[in-house]
Design a protein around this ligand. Structure first.
Ligand code: HEM
Length: 185
C-alpha cells in the first residue's frame, strides 16, 4: 500500500510523464509522501484507541519505515539531482536556506527512529525506546515548518498539516492528563 506512490513515480518516469520540471516533480512528490506517511504513522495509536482496532498496530512499524524510505528518496533527489552531490554546495544550502536546515533536521530526527525500529532494539532499549520514539512528534513539527518556510505565500497546505498535527498531539496530551488524574484518584 505505502509502496504504491513509488510504483506510480516509476511508471511516470518510464512513460516520460514527470512534467516539464522532473527534478521539482520528484522532490515534491517524495516530500509529500514522506510527510503524509509520517502523519498516518502518528494517527495509528489514536485510531487504535478510539476504535479498538488493535491489529492496526502491526502496520505502524512498516509505515514508519516507509516514511523514512520516502524521506531518503527525497534527500537523494535534492543531493543528486539538485546539488550534483557537491558536498560544499550542499553544506552551504543547509546553512543558508532555513527550510533546507529544517528538512535536514527532520531527517536527522527520523534516522535514529528508523535504526531502532527492529524488535532487537525495542527489547534492548526498553522504556528508553518509547521516550526516543516520542521524537516523531518533533520530527513532524519540523517537517511542517520545512514545508511552511518553503511555500512562502500560499500556506494553505502546510497549515492543514499543522492543524492535523495539533489534533493528533492534542488527543495524546488529553489522554496523558486523563491517565494522570485517574491514577491520582
Ligand atoms: C533531508 C533533508 C531534506 C532536504 C534537503 C529537503 C529539500 C527539499 C526541497 C529542495 C524541496 C522542494 C523545494 C522547492 O520546490 O523549491 C522540498 C519540499 C518538501 N519537503 Fe523536503 N527536504 C528534506 C527533508 C524532508 C523531510 C524529512 C520531509 C518530510 C518528512 C520533507 C517534506 C517536504 C515537503 C512536504 C515538501 C513540499 C512538497 C510540495 O511542494 O508539495 N522534506 N524539500
Amino acid at each position: 500500500m505505502a509502496g504504491f506512490p513509488l510504483i506510480l513515480l516509476l511508471v511516470n518516469a518510464f512513460t516520460g510523464n514527470l512534467t516539464a520540471n522532473p527534478i521539482e516533480y520528484i522532490t515534491h512528490q517524495t516530500g509529500t509522501y514522506a510527510l503524509a506517511l509520517l502523519m498516518i504513522t502518528l494517527g495509528v495509536t489514536p485510531l487504535r484507541r478510539l476504535t479498538g482496532w488493535n491489529s492496526i498496530v502491526r502496520v505502524r512499524r512498516m509505515l514508519g519505515l516507509f516514511t523514512f524510505f520516502y524521506a531518503t528518496l527525497h534527500l537523494l533527489a535534492w543531493a543528486v539531482l539538485d546539488q550534483f552531490f557537491a558536498f560544499g554546495f550542499m553544506v552551504e544550502d543547509i546553512i543558508e536556506r532555513p527550510f533546507i536546515t529544517a528538512g535536514m533536521a527532520t531527517y536527522l530526527l527520523l534516522l535514529p527512529l528508523a535504526i531502532t525500529s527492529n524488535t532487537k532494539m525495542i527489547q534492548r532499549l526498553g522504556r528508553r525506546w518509547t521516550s526516543l520514539h516520542r521524537l516523531i512528534y518533533l520530527a513532524a513539527g519540523i517537517a511542517i515548518l520545512h514545508f511552511w518556510w518553503l511555500v512562502k505565500a500560499d500556506i494553505r497546505e502546510p497549515r492543514l498539516w499543522a492543524i492535523a498535527l495539533s489534533v493528533l498531539l492534542g488527543v495524546r496530551i488529553f489522554w496523558f492528563l486523563q491517565n494522570r488524574l485517574s491514577s491520582r484518584s
